[in-house]
Design a binder for this molecule. Structure first.
Ligand SMILES: O=C(O)C(=O)C[C@H](O)[C@@H](O)CO
Length: 257
């Protein structure tokens, strides 16, 4: 069996724009439903959801049958969590709260086997299809993709240094946490936050590093695309469901929840 191609990484390297959807509802059914709706990538979140690492297995299996690339967000930039997510078969990771180049370097080491890194070796994981991919240990890195999440003013002050760490494939800008960090909690649309996000996209473009974002504001998503984001998430499953339920209830005269 040959190593699975990471279509998300290939598209990033080719500079193709990829539109994504955020999954926070645990279990394989919603990711599978979303996988058939036309998005290029789906974020399977374990940071802000009840999804835990073992839950990722059926979720990854569910989306594998569809032309969509899964991106897994572990709870933290942690060597063990990274190892386990990779062993479960995730090929692209989004690591939250990267504050310094040293933290990005630690993440890169966790993604790589020795001698280039410190990822623990097992021949019998889902990643290697339980040993069926014979050269997995030597080739895995080619199809792994590391996205670091920059989400504070402090991290933005070192954006170029973090983004250009060898082994970092892309940078995700987290508008909600950035808003809080800049003194505007709950207001990612504040002009100070918007201008920092826009500036960050341009700064990443200037150093040739792909940038991504999540925003539910479609006008702002289009603005980010214009500025140069190449992986742009435009919806969250929980919000889609809640908004649709509220609208339906309202249509039948129910009080707004
Ligand atoms: O700071 C952000 O924005 C993000 O990190 C994305 C959020 O975590 C996402 O869960 C939106 O609910």
């Amino acid at each position: 069996m040959t190593l699975m191609i990471n279509t998300f990484k290939r598209a990033l390297k080719a500079g193709h724009s990829q539109i994504g959807i955020w999954n926070t509802i645990a279990g394989p059914v919603v990711p599978e439903l979303l996988a058939g709706t036309g998005f290029d990538w789906i974020l399977l979140d374990t940071e802000h959801s009840v999804t835990d690492l073992p839950d990722l297995v059926p979720m990854l299996q569910a989306v594998a049958a569809y032309p969509i690339a899964p991106v897994v967000r572990p709870q933290a930039n942690d060597t063990v969590l990274i190892k386990r997510a990779l062993d479960l078969g995730a090929q692209t990771l989004l690591l939250p709260y990267i504050q310094t180049p040293a933290e990005a370097e630690a993440a890169v080491r966790a993604m790589r086997y020795a001698p280039r890194g410190i990822r623990g070796v097992s021949g019998l994981t889902r990643a290697s299809r339980f040993g069926a991919i014979k050269d997995y240990v030597n080739r895995a890195e080619d199809e792994l993709c590391l996205i670091v999440q920059v989400e504070t003013g402090e991290a933005l002050s070192r954006l170029e240094e973090i983004a250009t760490v060898d082994g970092v494939d892309a940078v995700f800008i987290g508008p909600s946490d950035l808003a809080a960090s800049l003194g505007h909690p709950g207001n990612a649309g504040h002009p100070d936050v918007v201008s920092k996000v826009e500036e960050a996209i341009l700064r990443l473009k200037a150093v040739g590093v792909p940038s991504g974002i999540l925003t539910l504001d479609q006008a702002f998503a289009r603005r980010c695309l214009e500025l140069g984001t190449t992986f742009t998430a435009v919806g969250v499953d929980m919000a889609l469901l809640r908004n649709a339920a509220l609208a339906l209830a309202k249509g039948f005269g129910r009080p707004h929840g």
